[in-house]
Write a protein that binds this ligand. Structure first.
Ligand code: CA
Ligand code: CA
Length: 165
């Protein structure tokens, strides 16, 4: 079951990156990150709605965690977490921002690793993502609109800051 999910998630993320490759890279360097964020928003939310709710976010988080946890010990090392590429790593490389990207990912990991033991447990991952979701819900209607997801969801805020010129 776990391996099956890993394959499904890997396939969908690869599709995401492939799609981004054709749309974002032709749109110019500065828009690549934004395009990728847009693609992830589209892939997390339900197709017939223009917002995402906590249930959709948790489903995405759950499959992402399984994919990242290469040794299946229900905990992510920084290496496992960093190895997983959403497509931003390539964008960072192309922009010459590898160091900034690494720093942003280290900070995100450190913030999510609530007990600071260098391992991100699934409980920490779930708890911090739920917290990030609530923080980004600026008008408190329990769903994230596209502007809220792009502008206030912590991972997107961190990546935007790391990759901008
Ligand atoms: Ca692990
Ligand atoms: Ca921890």
């Amino acid at each position: 079951m776990k391996n099956y999910m890993k394959q499904v998630t890997a396939a969908s993320i690869i599709t995401l990156i492939a799609l981004t490759g054709t749309t974002a890279f032709s749109a110019g360097k500065t828009n690549e990150g934004k395009e990728l964020a847009k693609m992830s928003f589209e892939s997390i939310k339900r197709a017939d709605r223009d917002f995402l709710d906590m249930g959709e976010m948790e489903l995405f988080r759950d499959s992402l965690f399984v994919s990242m946890d290469q040794d299946d010990n229900s905990s992510l090392s920084f290496e496992e977490y960093f190895e997983w590429d959403y497509g931003f790593k390539l964008i960072a490389e192309k922009a010459g921002k590898q160091k900034e990207y690494l720093t942003a990912m280290k900070i995100m990991f450190a913030l999510w690793d609530l007990d600071g033991d260098g391992q991100l447990t699934e409980a920490e991952h779930r708890q911090t993502l739920a917290r990030d979701f609530q923080r980004a819900d600026l008008n408190h209607d329990a769903v994230l609109s596209k502007p809220e997801f792009f502008g206030a969801f912590s991972m997107n805020v961190a990546l935007k800051a790391a990759l901008k010129d």
